[in-house]
Ligand binder design. Structure first.
Ligand SMILES: [Zn+2]
Ligand SMILES: [Zn+2]
Length: 256
């Protein structure tokens, strides 16, 4: 485990959390998501940018995302069915883009060309795995586009983790998706009302707890190290802290 964590620190300068505009400037409305009874994630990938799916001992990496979504909606009303694909066969291949640099507009444009990506279902989220990197910062791993259900992950950045045989890159990939879905669901204080004060408003829509996946982590800092170390040492794979979980679990979308 120590080796894995060291690799993360050496190999990654950023855990890339970007949105189209500063989250504090764009107020999201997530009430329709929370009113839905099914929350679904669909995954699209460019050839060569396939998500990690199967680990040793029958481990399914996407179960980590599923467990985090189940935690966010635990006890929520109405109760939710969570649908997360686990195997590559449950995800959709796209055509090759072979772009080296992506702008936010490019991601929006791409999504229009992918059937079902722009699902009108209130709580169907689309995660795109592509090659290349973000035009504004090539170290960004992924981002959610504010006020949409669209997220992109830059697989080349994930692959820049030196040791691809370790769990580090797999956890990082899951942590990135979990973080971006957190934003899409209105965390922190960006669509989801806070039950207690935990908004790190200086850093956009992020949590003030370094032990939470919604914490804002700068490039090259030890924050990600400390965070993933804690996740790996705990018996739970839930990466949200109690404050973020509480905001989501208690929100009914009807202002209550
Ligand atoms: Zn973020
Ligand atoms: Zn939090």
């Amino acid at each position: 485990m120590k080796i894995l964590i060291l690799i993360l620190v050496l190999g990654l300068a950023s855990c890339g959390r970007e949105t189209k505009k500063k989250s504090s400037e764009v107020r999201q409305d997530v009430s329709a998501i929370y009113a839905a009874s099914t929350v679904k994630v669909q995954v699209f990938y460019e050839p060569g940018a396939e998500p990690y799916t199967d680990g040793p001992l029958n481990l399914k990496y996407w179960s980590i995302l599923e467990q985090n979504l189940e935690a966010l909606f635990q006890g929520s009303s109405p109760s939710k069915t969570i649908k997360v694909p686990k195997a590559l066969s449950e995800m959709s291949a796209m055509s090759a883009f072979n772009k080296t640099s992506w702008k936010i507009e490019d991601v929006l444009e791409m999504s229009k060309g992918v059937p079902t990506a722009g699902s009108s279902d209130a709580a169907t989220f689309s995660v795109f795995f592509v090659k290349g990197s973000y035009s504004e910062n090539p170290k960004v791993i992924g981002f959610h586009i504010t006020n949409t259900k669209l997220m992109v992950v830059f697989k080349d950045v994930i692959k820049s983790v030196p040791d691809q045989t370790s769990f580090g890159s797999k956890y990082l990939e899951q942590a990135t998706i979990i973080h971006e879905l957190g934003h899409a669901l209105g965390l922190v204080n960006n669509g989801l009302p806070m039950k207690s004060a935990h908004h790190d408003s200086e850093h956009g829509a992020h949590c003030d707890n370094p032990k939470c996946v919604m914490y804002y982590t700068n490039e090259g800092t030890s924050n990600m190290l400390a965070f993933l170390a804690q996740v790996l040492q705990s018996s739970s794979t839930v990466m949200f802290d109690a404050n973020c979980l509480q905001d989501s679990q208690s929100y009914t979308g009807s202002g209550k």
